[in-house]
Structure formats: C-alpha cells, structure tokens
Design a protein around this ligand. Structure first.
Ligand SMILES: Nc1ncnc2c1ncn2[C@@H]1O[C@H](COP(=O)(O)OP(=O)(O)O)[C@@H](O)[C@H]1O
Ligand SMILES: [Mg+2]
Length: 255
C-alpha cells in the first residue's frame, strides 16, 4: 500500500453487516475507496444502498464487520472508544441535511462548539469562528440565532462549524437536500473551493445531479461496492434530467 501523505481516506475491503432479528443484512460487501487531499467526491446510490453507513464508518461513528479504514494515515479500525472520539474531534467534519445547529446559541457560538470541546482558548476560538463565518459569507449574521437565519445561511454556518477543527476529511450526507438548487449550488461550490484551498478531502452523498456534476469524481454505491460512474449516468437511470441547468428549474429566492 502507498503511504503517500497526499491520501486522506483509504477503505480496504470493507464489509458491514447488520443483524435484523434472525436475518443478516449485508450492506457493504468489500468496499474499496481512496480519497486524496483536496478531492471532492460525490457518492450516489439508491436509497438503502449503504451511503450513510459508509460515511459513519469513515467518520468513526461505527466500526466495520471487517476491513481496514485509514483516515489521515491512522488505521481507525484499531482505535478504542477514547481514541476514536479524539480522531473524530481532530480529523473529521460533518455536515447533514438538517444542520443540527444548537437553537439556543448564536451562529458564532455554534461555530465555536467544536473548539470548546477541544479546549481552545476563548480569544483564539472567537477569532477563528469569525474568520470561518467570513469565509462562508455570513459574518454579518454572527450574533443571530439559528431561527433568525434562512436555510441557506444556516447551511453556511453549519459548514463553518464543520471546518472549525481543521478536519482532514469533510463528510456530507445530502447537505443540500432541503435547499433550492441555486442556494444548494452556492453551498457546494463554497465547500469545494474551501476544500481545495485547504486541501481537505470532501465526500458528499447526494441525490442532486447539480452537486454531482461539480464533483471531481462520482462513485456509485451498488451491491455493497463503489464503482466509478460517468457524470449523469446514475441520474439518467433515476429519471432526473441532468442536462437541464439550474435556470430551467424552480429557483425560489432565498429570504
Ligand atoms: N444500525 C443499523 N441496524 C440495522 N440495519 C441498519 C442499521 N443502519 C443501517 N441499516 C440498514 O442498512 C441499509 C443501508 O442503510 P443506509 O446506509 O442508511 O443507506 P442509504 O444512506 O444509502 O440510504 C438499510 O437496509 C438499513 O436499513
Ligand atoms: Mg442515507
């Protein structure tokens, strides 16, 4: 194996089975994956194909039945619980569809949370949170509560928070699912630019052809393994017209 310091994530022959009563559900069946620093990868696949399962394994929220997973050169399958939570705090950023911002904290405080958990001193925490909010274009909303922000702005704050611990890998599970195409596209290009600039690896699970089209590579999860997919092929099968640009779709104006 190549121990190239350009590589952010490696999955080698990863299996994940779940026991459902007497039945065994074989979700991942020998999945392989290599993601380089700065790569922006889209993962597509039918509902129930195991996309979230795979992200949970890479993010250290779950362990494979067998196989090896390296995150930033650490074999995370050998870590104990404490080491795993430390790995998560330092190496992984996550972004979900509903952004899970803490409702009683301001945008700024939400971005500070990961640094708080990591005992970063208050001045440094503050300065960094402001810089991140600036990078995602919402520093003017730093002192607003989540309910005072639009969906797009909340996603930007959630992105800033996901980047607060300088993660080697950013894991996004349908991050734009509840946004209109225009706003979703803006978030994704922001994510891509920040990732390239900082050389983070980004894995985005998506059903949105616009998002997949922006990726360096599209991987299809099918029958428990990842296969490289041509842009559009998956969506054509799914009945989505990938040739239609954002202008052809409903793009409600963000409030
Ligand atoms: N903790 C679990 N226990 C039992 N079955 C699970 C668990 N997590 C996921 N599964 C099953 O694994 C399959 C893949 O789920 P998931 O990774 O959520 O798919 P996707 O994100 O692609 O829609 C589904 O059949 C789901 O029911
Ligand atoms: Mg899922």
């Amino acid at each position: 194996m190549n121990s190239d310091d350009d590589i952010a994530v490696v999955c080698i022959d990863v299996f994940r089975e779940f026991q459902d009563g007497t039945r065994v559900i074989k979700v991942l069946r020998g999945t392989n994956l290599t993601v380089r620093k700065g790569d922006f990868i889209a993962i597509v696949g039918a509902s129930g194909s195991g996309k979230t399962t795979l992200l949970n394994l890479i993010g250290g929220l779950d362990k494979p039945t067998s196989g090896t997973i390296l995150v930033d050169d650490i074999d995370i399958t050998t870590l104990n619980d404490d080491q795993m939570s430390e790995m998560r705090r330092h190496k992984v950023g996550v972004l979900f569809q509903d952004q899970h911002l803490l409702p009683i904290f301001t945008a700024l405080e939400n971005v500070e949370v990961p640094m708080l958990l990591d005992d970063v001193r208050v001045e440094k925490r503050h300065k960094k949170a402001i810089e991140l909010l600036k990078a995602v274009g919402v520093e003017h909303r730093a002192h607003h509560m989540p309910h005072e922000l639009s969906g797009g702005m909340r996603s930007r704050v959630a992105l800033a928070r996901a980047l607060a611990n300088d993660p080697a890998v950013l894991l996004c599970d349908e991050p734009t699912g509840d946004l209109d195409h225009k706003t979703g596209g803006e978030i994704i290009s922001l994510m891509k630019n920040l990732a390239k600039k900082e050389r983070r690896a980004v894995l985005v699970v998506t059903h949105d052809p616009e998002v997949a089209r922006m990726a360096d590579k599209i991987l299809l999860l099918r029958d428990g393994v990842l296969v490289e997919e041509l842009v559009g092929a998956f969506f054509q099968v799914s009945g989505v017209d990938v040739e239609a640009g954002p202008k052809d779709r409903d793009t409600p104006v963000e409030g």
